[in-house]
Design a protein around this ligand. Structure first.
Ligand SMILES: Nc1nc2c(ncn2[C@@H]2O[C@H](COP(=O)(O)OP(=O)(O)OP(=O)(O)O)[C@@H](O)[C@H]2O)c(=O)[nH]1
Ligand SMILES: [Mg+2]
Length: 445
């Protein structure tokens, strides 16, 4: 599968320093310490945005820094917390540590979040350090430094648009002029043997992925040629771009081509035939192509009108701009930009999640199965119950076990995720020792 990749630099904020200050008020002789705490540094957070499908944004912006916490001040004033930086990534993005190559997160679901670098904690002001014997604490704590490192983002690209059509109509040529992909192009059928992908940049700066699918022939749905395998790829795309050769060279009738390819799609899966489709007549630069295009247009329009009458779903599609006809030349570039932008605008109304969920459904065992099972594991180390799992270590990092409310939260999450049930199933008794990471505590739930 084709992967998109980007390396970016991230930095979480430093915690602010605690203040050294003493109360100064009229009529109060020796005021006590009143230095406030430093604010917390901002986190670097990745979040999954289903509106994105590529890592194209990271080619331009490579540095992401969260805000530093403000320093504490007198009168117990706490410094401001630094602002978090939230980095939006498309579903399916894997975040890796650039140095070690370790996978830090595998972000799949819209809305999912991952804190890649926590901001430093603010230092405590001197007001915390007064004791009975030390009434004038002349020190405060410095804020903790944030973290700074490079991460690799990797995305297995899912194609948004699938190019379909007869062999030799110019699908690879279209890919090569609209993206930076370099497919093989030649004047004979079946040049493209495996699907190729490329990222199209639209004028508004967003991107989408197109897949150049090897030419289909009649009988593909029955498994003729390698058609069946290619149809599986098309199944995953949100929009079909049907390319038709209107030059006299093809030796076939363009409208006949159009119907035949659609018939193959329908035979393979009725859902494919009703997938939004844009029709692009290519090679309009060739002599005689114009006449053939005009002929195609009148037959096509008649066909579309008839379909609208008999099928309300089709009418709705057409209203939304699907089955719109374009004239292009991949050779001269005519009509290409308009078509690219049009596909981009249509895609905005076709939800992304459904395609992604489809894939999880199809490849369920591979993608979602192990994730669920490996949420956490419990092992015995002598008498100690050892709980492992990335989520649980994150959880522990994010709570303060010395704090009553935090403890309550921690226990609730453990219960929700089934950790308590698992421990009980293993026969844990009150007072037994539980270990998570480096932290040990007594079981008391
Ligand atoms: N004149 C002209 N020739 C074109 C145009 N687009 C593609 N061609 C030529 O048509 C031939 C086939 O183009 P490809 O892009 O390889 O076609 P394909 O649909 O990918 O073909 P397969 O991979 O074999 O299915 C090549 O010789 C291209 O140079 C065009 O707009 N005008
Ligand atoms: Mg090709």
């Amino acid at each position: 599968m084709f992967t998109d990749r980007a390396v970016i630099h991230i930095r979480s904020g430093n915690g602010g320093h605690g203040a050294v200050s003493f109360r100064r008020e009229k009529y109060i002789a020796a005021g006590g310490p009143d230095g406030g705490d430093g604010g917390r540094g901002g986190d670097v957070i990745f979040t999954v945005d289903s509106g994105l499908s590529t890592l194209i944004d990271f080619r331009y912006k490579r540095k992401y820094a969260a805000g530093n916490g403000g320093n504490g001040a007198g009168q117990k004033m706490t410094g401001k917390n630094g602002a978090n930086v939230v980095i939006k990534v498309p579903p399916g993005t894997i975040v890796k540590d650039e140095k070690t190559g370790a996978v830090l997160a595998d972000l799949k679901y819209p809305g999912e979040e991952f804190v890649a670098a926590k901001g430093g904690r603010g230092g405590k002001g001197n007001s915390h350090f007064a004791t009975a014997t030390r009434q004038v604490p002349n020190f405060a704590k410095a804020g903790e430094a944030g973290f700074e490192f490079d991460v690799i983002l990797e995305l297995k690209l899912l194609a948004d648009v699938g190019l379909v059509g007869f062999p030799n109509v110019g699908k690879s040529s279209y890919l090569s002029v609209t993206t930076s992909a370099k497919p093989e192009i030649a004047d004979y059928p079946f040049t493209t043997l495996t699907p190729k992908l490329g990222v199209v940049m639209t004028r508004d700066g967003s991107g989408y992925v197109i897949a150049d699918i090897p030419g289909l022939i009649e009988g593909a749905a029955e498994g003729k040629g390698a058609g069946h395998r290619f149809l599986r790829h098309i199944e995953r795309t949100r929009l079909l771009l049907h390319i038709i050769d209107v030059s006299p060279y093809s030796g076939r009738d363009p409208f006949d081509d159009f119907l035949k390819i659609n018939e193959e799609l329908r035979l393979y899966h009725p859902r494919l035939a009703s997938r939004p489709q844009i029709v692009a007549c290519n090679k309009t630069d060739v002599d005689g192509a114009r006449e053939r295009f005009n002929e195609f247009r009148s037959k096509f329009t008649k066909w579309a009108d008839e379909n609208c009458e008999s099928d309300p779903d089709f009418a709705e599609y057409r209203e939304k701009g699907c089955y719109r006809l374009f004239e292009i030349s991949a050779l001269t570039g005519e009509g290409i930009k308009e078509l690219c932008d049009y596909c981009g605008s249509i895609l905005k109304d076709i939800p992304q999640e459904s395609t992604f969920e489809d894939i999880i459904e199809n490849e369920g065992a591979e993608l979602s199965g192990p994730e669920e099972e490996e949420l956490f594991t419990v092992k015995m180390d002598g008498d100690v119950y050892v709980i492992c799992g990335r989520f649980i270590e994150h959880l522990l990092d994010s709570v303060n076990l010395g704090d009553y409310e935090s403890q309550g939260y921690f226990q609730r999450v453990l219960r929700q995720k089934g950790v308590i049930a698992k421990l009980e199933e293993m026969g844990i008794q009150e007072g037994d020792t539980v270990r998570i990471g480096d932290t040990e505590f007594d079981f008391a739930f």
